[in-house]
Design a protein around this ligand. Structure first.
Ligand code: CMP
Length: 139
């Protein structure tokens, strides 16, 4: 393996706008290798399971209903220092606070519809990647 891995999901707002390809291009041009990739759609129950860690947060219900509202593009990415570098590439959770040139500054609308997810630790990257991809879907 050349470096460490992180997990990402292009969210329903960005897929709906047709900018999934542009976002993947920016990710690849920033030095991340795509290890696994698909387009899929979460049921409400699957979104609730994925975001279980946020179950006590006031935005949990809205988050789960938004994340199950349309297709998403999950992926496993590889690069040296992947988790930290990817969070820099996507920018702040609230696009209003995201730096120029970041994916959220370029494509996100709001803190809810913020275009893309990035894992916050190596441990969560592994858990989240395992949620979507089997061994034979990774290259
Ligand atoms: P993400 O980090 O991908 O996963 C949790 C999501 O909850 C986060 O992106 C935001 O889109 C959403 N969210 C909505 N409101 C908030 C908030 N107040 N703080 C953090 N995340 C929020």
């Amino acid at each position: 393996m050349n470096g460490s891995r992180t997990f990402t999901m292009i969210k329903p707002d960005a897929v709906e706008k047709g900018v999934g390809g542009a976002i993947l291009k920016q990710i690849q041009e920033s030095g991340f290798k795509i290890i696994a990739l698909k387009q899929t759609k979460l049921s409400l129950e699957q979104a609730q399971k994925f975001y279980f860690i946020h179950r006590e947060r006031p935005f949990y219900n809205d988050l789960c209903s938004f994340m199950s509202s349309g297709p998403i593009i999950p992926a496993i990415l590889e690069k040296e220092n992947a988790v930290e570098d990817f969070r820099k590439l996507i920018g702040a959770t609230n696009p209003a606070n995201a730096e120029a040139g970041t994916i959220r500054k370029n494509y996100a609308e709001s803190i809810d519809k913020n275009a893309i997810h990035g894992s916050d630790s190596d441990e969560n990257a592994q858990i989240e990647g395992n949620f979507f991809f089997t061994e034979v879907e990774r290259f």
